[in-house]
Design a protein around this ligand. Structure first.
Ligand SMILES: [Zn+2]
Length: 252
């Protein structure tokens, strides 16, 4: 995963209307427009100290229709799509502890807000049939989800699509991203399984290097006698390295 930070501080969601969030899951969206460029949605703030650098990376939205504006009612934590150089990356637009404006509301409430706030991201759609682009964004999205789950101590079961959020009663009636996955014979079940696979790998305990420690303690040997014993032991057990004398002890 390639992660770039470009906070949308000019968005009302980030600024005047900001609501804190304690997220409990993830909602995956796709944009619903044939435009794989991140610059369509994400642009640096005017006062971003890295503005020049970010514009070079993301590209410049010459239409002024991005989401880092006060009059836009959409805001998500991350956007996945193409950078200016055509490579796929993830751009973060909101801190994870700010409620986003992504899923809308369903009959039970909204995954945007506590107590069911979710971290949400958009994947920029192409025409929904480009296989190499799909593979690249699918990989990026599963890696982003694994990273989020890992940091929050979640398993992949907390991930839903916008469509599933609606079915559960916490989002507006949208088809994303299941409609796109379907074109490649995948479902959200496959998506979650892939994230879980990555997570299991990340959570695997690191095996400590096996070291066999030998210690030989001898009685009140003079230094000379101890050194002679070390030499004798070193010669006889040449596969053991690190014999050393510590005062009257001989140990490795
Ligand atoms: Zn959506």
């Amino acid at each position: 995963m390639k992660l770039i930070t470009c906070m949308h501080t000019q968005s009302r969601c980030y600024g005047v209307k900001r609501k804190p969030a304690k997220p409990v899951g993830i909602v995956v969206h796709s944009t619903g427009a044939n435009n794989p460029s991140i610059k369509r949605w994400s642009q640096p703030s005017d006062n971003d100290p890295k503005r020049g650098e970010l514009l070079k990376l993301i590209g410049t939205n010459t239409y002024g229709n991005h989401w880092n504006r006060a009059d836009v009612s959409k805001a998500v934590h991350y956007v996945i799509g193409k950078l200016a150089d055509g490579n796929v990356a993830t751009v973060q637009n909101l801190p994870e502890d700010i409620a986003c404006w992504g899923s809308g509301s369903g009959k039970k409430g909204s995954y945007n807000y506590d107590p069911v706030a979710h971290i949400q991201f958009e994947i920029c759609e192409d025409n929904l049939w480009g296989e190499s682009y799909f593979k690249a964004v699918y990989k990026e999205a599963t890696e982003l989800c694994a990273d989020i789950c890992y940091r929050h101590g979640w398993d992949a079961s907390v991930i839903v699509s916008h469509k599933e959020a609606h079915a559960k009663g916490y989002g507006s009636n949208h088809a994303d991203i299941d409609h796109w996955l379907k074109n490649f014979k995948l479902t959200m079940k496959d998506f979650r399984a892939e994230v879980q696979k990555l997570l299991d790998e990340m959570n695997k305990p690191v095996e400590p290097e096996k070291v066999t420690l030998y210690a030989v303690t001898v009685g009140n040997l003079e230094k000379e006698a101890a050194d002679a014993l070390i030499k004798d032991l070193s010669d006889r057990f040449s596969d053991v390295s690190g014999w050393a004398s510590v005062d009257h002890c001989v140990s490795v």
